[in-house]
Design a protein around this ligand. Sequence first.
Ligand SMILES: Cc1ncc(COP(=O)(O)O)c(C=O)c1O
Length: 357
Amino acid sequence: MNTIHFTRGIPADESYPLEQLASCAEAVMRGPNALETMKYGTGFGFTPLREILAAQNNVKLENVIVGNGSLGFIDLMGVSVLQAGDTVFVESPTYDRVLTLFRRHGIKVVSIPLEPDGINLEALTKALESHKPKIVYLIADFQNPSGATMSLTKRQAVVELAAKHDFLILEDAPYRPLRYRGTQIASLFDLDPERVMQMSSYTKQISPGVRVGSLVGPARPLAQLAKAANDTYISAAFLGQATVAEFLQRGLLEPQLESLRNLYRPRLEAVIAALETHLPNARFIKPDGGFFLSVTLPEGSSVSSLMERGKDVNLTFTDGRGFFPVASDGERFLRLPFCALTPEELSEGIKRLSSIV
Ligand SMILES: Cc1ncc(COP(=O)(O)O)c(C=O)c1O
């Protein structure tokens, strides 16, 4: 019996556009930008890629930074935009690595409960009475780990609160282009480009190995980040950035996204159908896109005991507690990444899961 891994949110092996990347990388190294690509540059990243992103987002060059993946920006924020002792609000649950990074820098993390349509506004408003966050970190589209998407009404309300209480919003949007059903909702950045830093990444769109992430937002925090980047690694790995720029210039991204949506949509449908068939009493959020679906296990069960029993049926899971700022809130939280498993594996995996729940 093959082991089925419900652990990491990684792209499917068959999704990697290897031939196209080889051709783009070769064109970079044989083209007019080869020398620029191989030299040191600024902490803001490879200029031709920034120019493309500035045009796409209708902003100036100073409003775009590209780096070695997007997660690194969080680390750099901890030594630039934020200082030890500052407060950041996050959704509960949220992306576990971000919690690790904020905490690494002595940032105080305040958690606000997440609902199927986004952050709990009452709890957010109440928390703002007793805390003054510098940043509110939100994953508005197809959240990692829950799969939830924030409603337009909530997005508008959060943006209004940001203006009223003078905080920045860090909108982490790596899954935003990967919508498998329904219609796109205005991003937080669309609603207030003066207060929202929108982080994105080519990890889920092209490949993690190109290591290219971007941040679009107000000039001041971006300049602070670029200085921190420059102080840390001088300039990012430009071969990946130049390869992505070439990929975009050739018009390869949209067809790549379309093929990802076509690959992942049936996987989302398969995991939902399997849950409805094999775990009819499970409470779960039905995502409209992204990489994750999450289940709240029945009272009395816990993911840690499932992880143990999973060994008997060759299933692996991630400990849900890691996604919660208050770990005990995640005892019954099970994240199911569905993109790197085939519909058959998903169906079989959920069947095995039901046998141990
Ligand atoms: C919400 C979120 N942000 C950031 C990242 C990391 O992206 P990158 O590979 O660009 O550092 C991930 C990866 O899983 C993610 O889920």
